[in-house]
Design a protein. Structure first.
Length: 230
């Protein structure tokens, strides 16, 4: 069901497309600098600029934004099926978002990066009716590895991502962003894990503040099914 890894795959496609001067067609729409998801779950002003190497790639469920100056954002919007609606009904918001990240998101990170781990997590009960902030470490999983200022011999850089999980209008949203400077600044980088969490939390909340939640498209109706009053 979950296709969070598609965002990682899209990063590779994006780099390849940029080098060849090509760009795959979008599943969603991009008009006047605003991206709209193909499921009509949300809209957002594109947070990267083409003149700064900004790229937009997507699938039916995930959109990926990246530029050459430290921005990497993926937004997944996953329609809840009957099973997920039941799972949500049997848990409160905190339990459900923890379950969703642990059972569905984290395994995808581990497929991409086998040594991926959760460094810390916190639940914000008053943010978007309950949201999970989860911070993950991905050894060798940085989207900015080609910009390394310094690489210790034999040791891949450890990427850190902030992830935000919440439910809105029947969709589970998974917003993710990498702390690029943790990789690109090398030995000059001195932030503590707690300071990193604060930076990522603000970036995630800033992303959500720019999103417009438009909900699923209206159900199609058969004209022959319309009720006619005698």
């Amino acid at each position: 069901m979950l296709r969070l890894l598609s965002a990682v795959f899209l990063a590779t496609v994006a780099v390849s497309g940029r080098s060849q001067g090509t760009a795959p067609a979008l599943a969603g729409t991009l008009e006047a600098g605003v991206y709209a998801s193909p499921t009509n779950a949300f809209k957002i002003a594109v947070p990267v600029l083409p003149e700064l190497g900004g790229m937009v790639r997507d699938t039916e469920q995930v959109v990926f934004f990246q530029d050459s100056f430290g921005i990497q954002i993926s937004i997944g919007a996953f329609k809840q099926d009957a099973t997920q609606r039941w799972e949500m009904e049997t848990r409160d918001a905190k339990e459900y978002t923890i379950y969703y990240f642990g059972r569905l998101v984290m395994p995808e990170f581990k497929r991409y990066c086998p040594n991926a781990s959760i460094e810390s997590a916190t639940f914000a009960s008053h943010f978007i009716d309950g949201a999970l902030f989860c911070y993950t470490l991905l050894p060798g999983g940085s989207m900015f590895a080609d910009q390394l200022a310094f690489t210790p011999a034999g040791k891949p850089p450890v990427a850190k991502r902030g992830n935000l999980v919440f439910v809105k209008n029947g969709f589970v949203f998974v917003v993710s962003t990498e702390l690029a400077e943790k990789v690109t600044e090398g030995p000059a980088y001195k932030k503590t894990p707690e300071e990193e969490d604060q930076i990522l939390r603000k970036r995630l909340t800033d992303i959500v503040a720019k999103m417009q939640f438009t909900g699923p498209p209206p159900a199609k109706t058969n004209p022959g099914d319309a009720h006619i009053t005698p």
